[in-house]
Design a protein around this ligand. Structure first.
Ligand code: PRP
Length: 189
């Protein structure tokens, strides 16, 4: 296979499109096995916006029928550090009471989003809560929470692409890479 040029604002590649496809297949297979004997139709939840590409790829790769729902939350305000508070911008439309809920995330960083969403969904009466994340940054964790399946551990680097953004840019890249320091340092001056 030939090489290709990554976006000029990236210093290196973390996951190529092909490697992401392997992670998608792995996550879908893991979920299919886990839900093989479930009688209800699980509700797959996507937290906008970062997860949308991984979410769509995983639910389409699964053999298990699922229903899908979306929510939008914010916990970061204007800074890059989590404030710890989670504000629901757009809630799920489905009721989760008595259902198996699968959260499909792009990244678990401080763990704040996952922890708050898990509490909320269990408080609403979900029968079970399972979380699969494409990326995991354990070195940044502030809360003792883990995904049930983490497809790829990454270091404390500024990564973008395949849903992950910097100032809303780079989400549309089909691969994930490390953003050049000069790009985000120039804008924080
Ligand atoms: C990202 C990501 C997770 C969250 C993880 O979303 O999609 O939901 O951060 O970080 P945490 O573990 O520190 O809570 P973000 O709030 O950046 O919004 P976005 O998906 O719209 O980019």
């Amino acid at each position: 296979m030939g090489t290709f040029d990554i976006d000029k604002d990236l210093e290196s590649l973390v996951l190529s499109a092909e490697q992401i496809a392997e992670k998608v297949a792995e996550a879908a297979d893991w979920l299919d096995k886990k839900f093989a004997f479930t009688h209800d139709t699980p509700l797959a939840v996507c937290v906008l916006k970062g997860s949308v590409f991984f979410f769509c790829d995983v639910v389409r790769a699964m053999k298990t029928p699922v229903q899908v729902d979306f929510m939008s939350v914010t916990s970061y305000g204007n800074s890059s550090e989590s404030s710890g508070e989670l504000e629901i911008i757009m809630d799920l439309t489905a009721s989760v009471a008595g259902r198996s809920v699968i959260l499909i995330e792009d990244i678990v960083d401080s763990g704040n989003t996952l922890s708050k969403i898990k509490d909320m969904i269990l408080k609403r009466g979900a029968r079970s809560f399972t979380v699969v994340t494409l990326l995991d940054k354990p070195s940044r964790r502030k809360l003792p929470i883990k995904a049930d399946l983490s497809c790829c551990e990454v270091g404390d680097e500024f990564i973008v692409g395949y849903g992950l953004d910097y100032a809303q840019k780079y989400r549309d890249l089909p691969y994930i890479g490390i953003l050049k320091r000069e790009i985000y340092e120039k804008n924080s001056r």
